[in-house]
Design a protein around this ligand. Structure first.
Ligand code: KG4
Ligand code: ZN
Length: 353
């Protein structure tokens, strides 16, 4: 079975082809980063319009590069939510229209389930059950995954997502957008120990997280110290030290909570995914703690940590083995639905659990 995956939930137009025999056979991504950079964040209306402009040319390119005809595609998986409603509608309308024209099934996928399954595209693939740390621009959560669609929320952020905290810190320090990679780059030149940063909610039991206090702490530090910088070099060093201290605080906080989640569930496999999982310091820290406390850790390659079509095609392929997941492949009018708000635990389990 050949599945076309379509991702348009935010500011990346992602496409991929997943073949049940050969695995991932092609992928294409168009990032809107440059488009939104001058606004310092994603502008939803511009995002939707750009998906409209780029999606079909990108599909033609993917088919050409992969040596596949549109008629070879057996099913289409697309991101139904959560995300920006206009952006989601571009992907779902395109997917449903293509599926109708080709007489094949289309399946709406939960974006976070895509992230959660992305590490399984790697070799060796982690196997369920596992604990998943999902850290992106919109979500930060720990989930116990017992099977496909069998998700137990262990803890989540009570306010900002970790990626959002990176993006806001980057904005504060005028590092540009997207913030995560910019903060991580600058942190390499900084002294993480120059200022004290809190490790929010680690002094009490539980697996919930919070990043808004850390954000406020960072702003206060910047305001207090930037006015005393008498030259550009001192200002640059201050930025680097704040970036390093902030990053270390996020990394430590996430690591402490992951370790706790592994202890609480007794699982031996941790996976992490979502944009912040591309963070090198977080990867190294978690690897170290995993080695020390006897759990394995897996994550996708960098390109599959952030939004991409491959994770949607793969999630689609897994779910499409459950026949009841399909809309009828008959030429009936189909519903085009986007779900900007959608909880992971609302998903249907697949198989017996
Ligand atoms: O998963 P993703 O591409 O989109 C969402 O679904 O949100 O995640 C994007 C988020 C942004 O907040 C971005 O700043 C952050 O992931 N990010 C990083 C890094 N690369 C991307 N954060 C920290 N370090 C990175 N290297
Ligand atoms: Zn995402």
């Amino acid at each position: 079975m050949l599945v076309l995956g379509i991702e348009t939930s935010c500011d990346e137009t992602g496409l991929a082809l997943y073949d049940s025999q050969r695995g991932l056979i092609g992928e294409a991504l168009y990032s809107q980063v440059a488009l939104h950079a001058e606004y310092g964040g994603v502008v939803p209306e511009l995002a939707s319009r750009d998906h409209v402009r780029k999606l079909l040319p990108l599909l033609r390119q993917l088919l050409r590069d992969s040596g596949v005809e549109l008629n070879d595609v057996d099913a289409i998986a697309y991101t139904r939510g959560p995300g920006l409603v206009g952006a989601l509608l571009v992907g779902s309308a395109t997917a449903e229209a293509l599926a109708l024209a080709l007489g094949i099934p289309a399946l709406g996928i939960h974006h976070m389930e895509g992230h959660l399954l992305a590490p399984m595209l790697e070799d060796p693939a982690p196997t369920m059950p596992f604990v998943a740390l999902l850290v992106s621009g919109g979500h930060t959560m720990l989930i116990e995954v017992s099977g496909l669609g069998v998700y137990r929320l262990l803890g989540e952020t009570l306010d900002d997502a970790a990626g959002e905290a990176f993006d806001k810190t980057a904005k504060l320090l005028a590092l540009g957008y997207p913030g995560g990679p910019a903060v991580a780059r600058l942190a390499l030149q900084g002294d993480a120990g120059r200022f004290r940063f809190p490790r929010p909610m680690t002094d009490r039991p539980g697996l919930d997280l919070s990043f808004s206090g850390l954000k406020t702490h960072t702003r206060t530090l910047w305001q207090q110290h930037s006015s005393h910088c008498t030259n550009e070099q001192a200002l640059q060093q201050l930025k680097a030290d704040i970036a390093a201290g902030f990053q270390q605080a996020v990394v430590d906080t996430l690591t402490i909570k992951c370790r706790r989640a592994m202890q609480a569930t007794g699982r031996q496999q941790l996976i992490m995914s979502g944009g912040v999982a591309a963070n090198q310091a977080l990867r190294e820290n978690l690897q170290q703690v995993g080695r020390k406390h006897g759990f394995r850790i897996s994550y996708p390659r960098m390109a599959f940590c952030t939004d991409n079509g491959a994770m949607i095609a793969y999630a689609g392929w897994l779910r499409l083995q459950d026949a009841s997941a399909l809309q009828p492949a008959s030429p009936q009018p189909r519903s085009i639905t986007a779900r900007p708000r959608w909880q992971l635990h609302e998903l249907k389990p697949v198989g017996r659990h």
